[in-house]
Design a protein around this ligand. Structure first.
Ligand code: K1U
Ligand code: ZN
Length: 167
């Protein structure tokens, strides 16, 4: 397995739209394993392939405390959503920034697992938020795109300052 470099906002590659995966082969299984390792090491509770500069519809998520409940979603689609919730989100591509974002409260996501089996999962709470956040990445959207222009400008300034300090 390998740790993968994570793109940082406002890298233009985070805006690319991911394409569906036509066949689940060894390279996809290795990508999923490398993404899981990268997410656990970060640490984070989710990671989309877009964030590691692979523009394919693949997401890994694990919201468990014990880090033993890995979900791999291939070609995920939100089939249904309802309600609303507002909570603080972070992003491994936007380090150190946490902001409130409004999301659906309940979602049903259809996807393929690593064996190519069609699955459907009903989620709420943090899992529903994480699914929506990761599917946004596959569509070229970062959580800061949900914020006002003023907040986005401030965040870009903070990240530029962080980059100067750590350079
Ligand atoms: O997509 C990502 O960048 C991962 C992101 C997922 C996410 C977090 C919060 C709300 C919605 C989506 C993260 O994992 S940021 C780090 C984080 O939240 C976390 C880190 C360690 C322990 C628990 C949470
Ligand atoms: Zn993110």
């Amino acid at each position: 397995m390998a740790l993968l470099p994570i793109l940082r906002f406002p890298d233009a590659r985070l805006k690319k739209v991911a394409v569906p995966i036509a066949s689940i082969d060894g390279s996809i299984r290795k990508l999923a394993a490398d993404m899981a390792e990268t997410m656990y090491e970060a640490p984070g509770i989710g990671l989309a392939a877009t964030q590691v500069d692979v523009h394919k519809q693949l997401v890994v998520i694990d919201i468990s405390e014990e880090k033993n409940d890995l979900l791999v979603l291939i070609n995920p689609r939100i089939a249904a959503s309802d309600g609303g919730q507002t909570g603080e989100e972070g992003c491994l591509s936007v380090p150190g920034i946490y902001e409130k974002v409004e999301r659906a409260e309940h979602v049903t996501v259809d996807y393929l697992d690593l064996d190519g089996k069609k699955c459907s999962l009903k989620a709420d709470g943090l899992l529903a938020v994480c699914i929506q956040h990761e599917l946004d990445h596959l569509n070229g959207k970062v959580f800061v795109d949900h914020l006002s222009q003023l907040k986005q400008t401030r965040i870009k300034g903070k990240l530029a300052k962080q980059a100067r300090v750590t350079a």
